[in-house]
Design a protein around this ligand. Structure first.
Ligand code: AMP
Ligand code: ZN
Length: 478
């Protein structure tokens, strides 16, 4: 598999540190509110990466954190007059519900910053002992110039950064700038303020800086060198650059070998942001659309391509998904007949010569830097193939083999279920429909076709379509 590595700006062949095993760390959300659909993009994309690596036979250790101590969480807690942990625990629970709805699998470990403070303090101590950090008035700073590779991920030059930073902090009068040795130094530990959560440390009561948690938790749950570190592209600088500086300065080993960054999700062509008010929470969107459609939509573009969220594009995704589900339904129908016919020579030949072409095409797309857009095209082609080569005379075993392949690619790897979610219709409504259908059947028996048509129209008004079949009248939602 080839992966585009932000570090080298090239697609590189993926080679794990330990054969057969992969350690992936993905920066997770800050839990001060419901997650928005932009946050869902890295969750879905890197969950799909994990699934694909497992499909290829790797054992994957997938770690993604919850940032549960942060200015925004504290602000909300103060506004609502509760402890910060009440806000963070609540939104972790809500985030887990959204992830489950989007079929994002549980990580191997979901560490939380507040539960790892002693290890973070140890890391700060190591950096201080090695001369990479210093303390001023209860704040510990990372001495950025002491790490010679600073800027290697974001491809920024440290002197350019310095002059930009000086101008900016001068204009904004950023607090704490005066006590730093260098404007580029960043916070590892900050002293407590009135009303904020805090922990004891050798530098006084306080809390960790944001970058520290990922350096600490990734090492604890995966190891000193990660195979893959991932997140949204906004995290490249300064978050990931600072994680590298902290980890490599402390461990004396490469922090992560492959860096993957997803492009942003936009809304109607604009940057989605809370301040512009043009964002949607996953919770709200899932009231409007099936979460499966949202997942399918996210995977309809390769992860490094900006993706635009619009009603039209989501509806296109819904139609595309429908084609796959119809194909699966047809195969399931043949399997359900259980006709026990032996697989014919023609079917055998299709399985041996044609089927592998589609799985190969799918794998090639995924091997090319997780090109889920092309992988979905391969599934569409496969569905056209299954539709064209099956009918009621096909053997159940043949249909089953096709179905299993479709299941592996769509459900297991892309996380798209092949079965439609049954819409819940309440029992009173169902009874009403069945009563009307019985009345219509009686009307037809009495040759009162006008009444029968009237009842059909009434059902349509209720959002129900009926179909006369040999097995009787069938109904479904319009
Ligand atoms: P945050 O809670 O802001 O730290 O974001 C959690 C994750 O969501 C990070 O990996 C961000 O890069 C990512 N993210 C935030 N907004 C978007 C967006 N509009 N499109 C794609 N990814 C995003
Ligand atoms: Zn991080």
């Amino acid at each position: 598999m080839r992966i585009y590595n932000t570090l080298t700006r090239r697609k590189e062949e993926f080679v794990p540190i330990t054969p057969g095993k992969v350690g992936i760390y993905v920066c997770g959300p800050t839990v001060y509110d419901f997650i928005h659909i932009g946050n869902a993009r890295p969750m879905i994309v890197f969950d799909t990466l994990r699934r694909y690596l497992e499909h290829k036979g790797y054992e994957v250790n997938y770690v993604t954190n919850f940032t549960d101590v942060d200015d925004k969480i504290i602000k909300r807690a103060i506004d609502e007059g509760v402890e910060a942990s009440v806000i963070s625990e609540n939104f972790i629970a809500e985030c887990r519900k959204d992830m489950a709805a989007l079929n994002v699998r549980e990580a191997t470990v979901h560490p939380q910053a507040t539960k790892e403070i002693p290890d973070m303090i140890k890391l700060v101590q190591i950096l201080k002992d090695k001369g990479h950090a210093y303390e001023k008035n209860g704040t510990v700073y990372f001495r950025t110039r002491s790490f010679k590779d600073y800027g290697k991920l974001s491809h920024k030059n440290i002197d350019d950064l310095e002059s930009g930073h000086r101008a900016e902090s001068h204009a904004l009068k950023v607090s704490g700038e005066d006590e730093k040795e260098d404007p580029l130094d960043f916070v590892l530990w900050k002293p407590k303020k009135e009303g904020e959560p805090f922990w004891k440390s050798p530098w006084g009561d306080g809390r960790p800086g944001w970058h520290l948690e990922c350096s600490c938790m990734s090492k604890k749950y995966i190891g000193g060198t990660l195979d893959i570190h991932a997140g949204g592209e906004d995290l490249i600088f300064p978050h990931h650059e600072n994680e590298i500086a902290q980890s490599e300065a402390a461990n004396g080993a490469e922090f992560a070998r492959y860096w993957m960054h997803n492009a942003f999700l936009k809304i109607n062509g604009d940057k989605m942001s809370k301040s512009l008010g043009n964002f949607f929470t996953v919770r709200d969107i899932c009231k409007q659309y099936d979460p499966q459609v949202i997942r399918f939509f996210m995977l309809s573009a390769q992860y490094r391509t900006p993706l635009n969220f619009s009603k039209d594009l989501v509806e296109d995704a819904a139609k595309g998904l429908d084609r796959i589900l119809n194909g699966a339904e047809k195969l399931a129908g043949i399997i359900a007949k259980d006709n026990r016919k032996p697989v014919s020579d023609k079917e055998k030949e299709l399985l041996e010569t044609e089927l592998p072409k589609y799985t190969e095409k799918f794998d090639n797309a995924m091997d090319d830097d997780l090109n889920t857009a092309d992988a979905i095209s391969a599934i569409f082609e496969f569905v056209r193939f299954t539709n064209a080569n099956t009918d009621e005379n096909s053997s159940s075993d043949f249909a089953k083999m096709l179905y299993d392949t479709l299941f592996e690619l769509s459900d297991t790897v892309l996380g798209i279920h092949l079965e439609r979610k049954e819409e819940e219709i309440d029992s009173e409504f169902t009874a009403e429909i069945e009563k009307l259908i019985a009345e219509r059947t009686a009307a037809k028996k009495e040759k009162n076709f006008a009444l029968a048509d009237e009842i059909r129209a009434k059902l349509l008004d209720m959002g129900i379509v009926i179909e006369d079949t040999r097995e009787g009248v069938k109904w479904k939602k319009a």
